[in-house]
Design a protein around this ligand. Sequence first.
Ligand SMILES: [Cu+2]
Length: 313
Amino acid sequence: MRFRLRRDVARLVCTAFLLLTSNAAWAAIHEVTVGDNFFSPSELTIEVGDTVRWINATGGAIHNVTSSDDAWVPSATASSFTFEVVFNDPGSFGYLCTIHPGSMQGTITVEGGNMSAAELAVTAFSAGNGPFSAGQEVTFNTTIQNTGDADSGATSLDFFAQPSGGSVQAGEISLQSIPGDAVLIGTKNIANVPQGGSVNDQSTIAIPASIPPGNYVIGVTLNFSDTNSGNNELTDADIVQFVGEFFINSGLNDAWVNADAAFQGLFFTVFPDIGLLFLSWFTFDSVLPAGEDTATFGAHDHRWVTASGLFSP
Ligand SMILES: [Cu+2]
């Protein structure tokens, strides 16, 4: 008795081991009864990789299992048989008994439940707000999430700039592709976005000198084919200003102020003939100096910073 129990336990462990190590263990076998004159069940939904086993045990009238569209070689036409088909492709497969086509029909629906794929989405994107001059490096932050049931493998990001007022608006999603009125300004390869995880990419892109000064929508598009490709693109919420290349010439001369920074400004004096630049910045201390501090001219917290240097015209 004791020996018998131990042998049964050993057999159980052995069976469990086989189930865990065999891929075929996950594929189910579905049985369909072949009767006089019916299939039961006549409608069956299974997963890719599953087997359907038709069992004819009537012993009387003869029947067969024949695909409506030659998806498999027909079974024997007999009064007793067991017939199996493994379904490795998703789809709907009709069949019948050619002896009794009016009453013996069925359908196997195969669903692709065992297939796995990555599903990527660009969930956040931001660019610096500028203004930027041509050649200046701009940092782009992109978040890519993978909600699918497989790693993505290698993919890439395209960064583009489109003049504002064009086909794409700031903050827009689901662009589908880089719009025709946009300029590709950089790309970045992504090695992998893990299943159930995300990647935060930080790319530094130099603004091409070929982009004319102006206001732009900056966007990113992910080059990845998945079930929902409408979430593979995103633009920054803000309009970014490109100011073109910065030149030192006599056009800089005299006073410059910014309405957002009251009571301070810049003076330039450019001598192109001798390649000399003189500049001054007038501003104020952020904290008032001690009360006894005096000034002979202007306010006592008023400051002038000056600089001069040579440049190549
Ligand atoms: Cu039949």
